[in-house]
Design a protein around this ligand. Structure first.
Ligand code: TXA
Ligand code: MG
Length: 326
């Protein structure tokens, strides 16, 4: 079922081939084991959420072999370059604005305009990233709600049979996740304490915001962070859920066979597959919002999505998109 690959040349080549083919492969980093997928492949990224049983589309960290590779896909400022020079490879994740042509699937960033990027310090992880040649999205390789894994045995305990392979990188030396630092605003902000210390960061770029409850700080800073605010990714057009019929002045986000009569249609999954639908959700909302606005349509109508598998996460996000705006 799940292949256990040795961390040698052949094992790394096999892991890289699986990832390039859209499969899920867990691999060790210096912090914890990550559940990797090709970040540019939306269907593969949807597979991560399905395998973990995540009820929400939390944004994922994208892993790169070098800072140069990361900074072609996100916009690095002086602070980011300074931190990268001194602390990468290492247990630090930087949240930065996506470049306009960033090839990472929107689902990997949970539809945000920002992307979390990091260069891990594990030699096998780096060799794997070089071999794949694409960014790898990887949350911790555990089932949702369980603790992060630091050995292959931990990974298999949660994900055996649910992922194609795990690359045996030995026990993770750091053992806690990376520090997540938001650099999208004028003031750097600590989103998650982790393997890189605040002292190390502050000695390089000066004081960083912390100690304020996350949700309060996010709201105060006007940052959009999923799971914290009811209305997270809100299209500019209003959203109507549970559509069983559709009008000509509505854009339709379809699941299964599209309802007839809409002014514009985006199909999440013609065959009614929730994992395929998850992979296409953010793209669908964005493209209907743009097309509907351009053509003067009044709202986006959404067909019902069943509450199983990734359907929960899809409906969670759709409810946020439809929530009353302030
Ligand atoms: O050490 C680690 O960071 C491990 C290894 C595998 O690299 N990965 C990891 O990923 O812990 P995960 O998905 O378990 O945690 C990612 C964290 C979450 O708290 C998420 O909300 C935050 O990073 N995050 C990711 N993208 C973000 C974004 N665009 N804006 C704000 N927070 C983001
Ligand atoms: Mg985690």
């Amino acid at each position: 079922m799940t292949e256990i690959l040795p961390a040698d040349e052949d094992g790394i080549a096999r892991a890289a081939a699986l990832l390039r083919a859209g499969e899920l492969v867990a691999f060790g980093t210096e912090t914890v084991y990550g559940l990797g997928a090709d970040a540019t492949n939306a269907a593969a990224v949807a597979g991560i959420f399905a395998a973990k049983g995540r009820p929400h589309f939390n944004p994922l960290i994208c892993h790169y072999p070098t800072a140069e590779a990361a900074f072609t896909q996100v916009e690095a400022d002086d602070r980011a370059r300074t931190l990268a020079d001194r602390l990468w490879p290492g247990p630090l994740t930087l949240v930065l604005p996506r470049q306009p042509d960033c090839p990472v699937a929107l689902l990997a960033g949970a539809g945000l305009e920002t992307l979390a990027v990091r260069v891990p310090a594990h030699p096998v992880a780096l060799a794997l990233l070089r071999a794949v040649g694409r960014p790898i999205a990887a949350p911790s390789a555990n089932r949702s709600g369980q603790v992060s894994p630091t050995t292959v045995a931990h990974v298999l305990a949660g994900l055996e049979g649910r992922i194609a392979a795990v690359l045996d990188c030995g026990p993770c030396p750091v053992g806690v996740e990376s520090t997540v630092l938001d650099l999208t605003g004028p003031r750097p902000f600590l989103l998650r304490p982790g393997g890189a210390t605040v002292d190390a960061i502050e000695s390089l770029i000066g004081p960083i915001g912390r100690g304020i409850p996350h949700a309060v700080a996010e709201a105060a800073r006007g940052l959009r962070s999923p799971g914290l605010m009811v209305s997270h990714y809100a299209p500019s057009l209003p959203v109507r859920l549970g559509a069983t019929s559709v009008a000509a002045d509505e854009a339709l986000l379809a699941f299964g066979a599209p309802l007839p009569g809409a002014g514009a249609v985006f199909s999440l999954s013609d065959r009614g597959d929730v994992t395929e639908a998850a992979a296409r959700l953010f793209e669908g909302l964005r493209s209907l919002d743009a097309e509907g606005t351009r053509r003067g349509l009044r709202r986006i109508a959404v067909m019902p999505v069943p509450e199983h598998g990734l359907g929960l996460a899809i409906n969670d996000r759709l409810a946020r998109a439809a929530a009353p705006r302030g």
